[in-house]
Design a protein around this ligand. Structure first.
Ligand SMILES: CC(C)(COP(=O)(O)OP(=O)(O)OC[C@H]1O[C@@H](n2cnc3c(N)ncnc32)[C@H](O)[C@@H]1OP(=O)(O)O)[C@@H](O)C(=O)NCCC(=O)NCCS
Length: 171
């Protein structure tokens, strides 16, 4: 049976509780960067029986634009739609705030996050070459593959409800 993962907003400053810290660092190893996003953004936590299963952080980056700054699901809850629930929740929050665009930057090392965002209505609009080598003091790895470039993705929330694209693909 599929899990439902209720999602709630939580206030957090760096360092948050150990489980949240671990989740946030799994998606971004830079503590200072995460601390900035928590200070200026909004943190939402997906729970399973009271345990943090996943997190998402969004932050306004322009008049009509919000960005997903961090999205992470604990290994034991992956491929159970927790990430999808978090991204859809974030898109609904952004839409309800009057935001038109949702953006996210993901690494070129793994197809998993890109597939997740594409299934939620995001499309690639650019690449920042050498983002991970230029902006992190240590090499960043994703499942043994070094992250080099950042893939930029955007969803236009005025075009359709997120999820419609995925539903259409599955139909
Ligand atoms: C990326 C991440 C958030 C996905 O969370 P998740 O809960 O497993 O995602 P979902 O179950 O909602 O997956 C939805 C779809 O995304 C795609 N997807 C997710 N993980 C994938 C993977 N490892 N490989 C290939 N496709 C993947 C699939 O199309 C999947 O649908 P399917 O299971 O029906 O095939 C999770 O793997 C994670 O936390 N990774 C480490 C941190 C990270 O890289 N965060 C992203 C930073 S931008």
């Amino acid at each position: 049976m599929a899990c439902t993962f209720p999602i709630e907003r939580e206030t957090a400053v760096w360092p948050p509780s150990a489980p949240l810290r671990e989740l946030l660092l799994d998606a971004d190893p830079d503590e200072r960067r995460i601390a900035g996003h928590l200070a200026h953004g909004e943190l939402y936590v997906a729970k399973n029986c009271g345990t943090a299963a996943g997190v998402i952080v969004i932050r306004q980056t322009g008049k009509h634009t919000w960005e997903i700054m961090n999205c992470s699901v604990a290994p034991e809850y992956r491929r159970q739609r927790c990430g999808t629930a978090l991204v859809r929740h974030a898109l609904n929050i952004i839409r309800n705030k009057g935001g038109r665009y949702a953006e996210v930057g993901t690494s070129d090392a793994s197809p998993g996050p890109m597939a997740l965002y594409e299934s939620c209505g995001f499309q690639v609009y650019g690449v920042i070459n050498n983002h991970f080598t230029d902006n992190y003091p240590e090499p960043v790895w994703d499942n043994g593959v070094q992250c080099i470039d950042m893939i930029r993705m955007r969803a236009d929330l005025s075009l359709r409800k997120e999820g419609a694209h995925h539903a259409a693909q599955k139909a």
